[in-house]
Design a protein around this ligand. Structure first.
Ligand SMILES: C[S@@+](CC[C@H](N)C(=O)[O-])C[C@H]1O[C@@H](n2cnc3c(N)ncnc32)[C@H](O)[C@@H]1O
Length: 207
């Protein structure tokens, strides 16, 4: 099975901390306070779930749908979560999302980078159909290939590591901004750290 994070789930957050300190958490938390208080939020591939407490600690009072493909990751997310009454946990993928449900906000943090180009386009199209029209927000955080040698080396190292440990589908880091633009999204805000290696952006489908 591709993109299987079960093996590294127990050490994932620890590894991230060793390599990036608190920067990846900081970047993912950057735009959470901008989420409307009573929004319907969808988080795809949330990992160990630390972001759930982070979201609710901003004062968020809406409903959260949390989708994770790894059973180890979703186990940890449920265990770490302090707000489970307001959350629908789904152990599955984008194809397992409820058919009749749309969301005000979608969060894909370090999630779109696990897919091959063809699958990435499909995932973005599927998720796009799940976002409420005329003002829906899509928060994406991820790595960016700045072209700098040190960044390229780190990206290569990470891809190689995840290819071995998770059977990562992605062969290279793909810039998903053009696909989101093609789907009609406008970038509202952009924040970057580590000389551009990591970023968080908010997109909207408001016309
Ligand atoms: C690189 S990790 C990022 C985890 C988390 N967002 C973070 O930054 O700490 C990618 C996560 O996406 C999950 N994942 C991969 N493919 C998925 C899919 N199609 N649907 C839902 N989750 C998926 C993996 O199990 C993994 O937990």
């Amino acid at each position: 099975m591709k993109n299987n994070f079960n093996l590294i789930a127990p050490v994932y957050d620890g590894l991230v901390k060793v390599i990036f300190g608190s920067k990846l958490k900081q970047i993912q938390a950057q735009f959470l306070p901008l989420i409307p208080e009573n929004a319907g939020v969808l988080i795809m591939g949330g990992g160990t779930g630390w972001i759930i407490n982070e979201l609710f600690n901003t004062g968020f009072k809406g409903r959260l749908t949390y989708v994770e493909a790894s059973e180890k990751m979703i186990f940890l997310s449920k265990r770490n979560c302090e707000f489970s009454d307001s959350i629908d946990f789904i152990h599955g993928e984008e194809s397992d999302l409820p058919v009749d449900r749309k969301y005000d906000v979608i969060i894909t943090n370090f999630f779109l980078d696990v897919f091959s180009k063809t699958r990435l386009d499909q995932v973005i199209t599927i998720l796009s159909e799940k976002l409420n029209e005329g003002g829906g927000l899509w928060i994406c955080s991820d790595f960016y290939d700045t072209g700098k040698t040190s960044h390229r080396f780190l990206l290569w190292l990470m891809l190689s590591f995840f290819r071995i440990t998770t059977q990562l589908e992605s062969k290279q880091l793909i810039d998903f901004h053009p696909k989101l633009e093609k789907e009609g999204y406008l970038r509202k805000q952009h924040f970057q750290m580590m000389n551009g290696l990591v970023f968080s952006s908010i997109y909207t489908n408001a016309r």
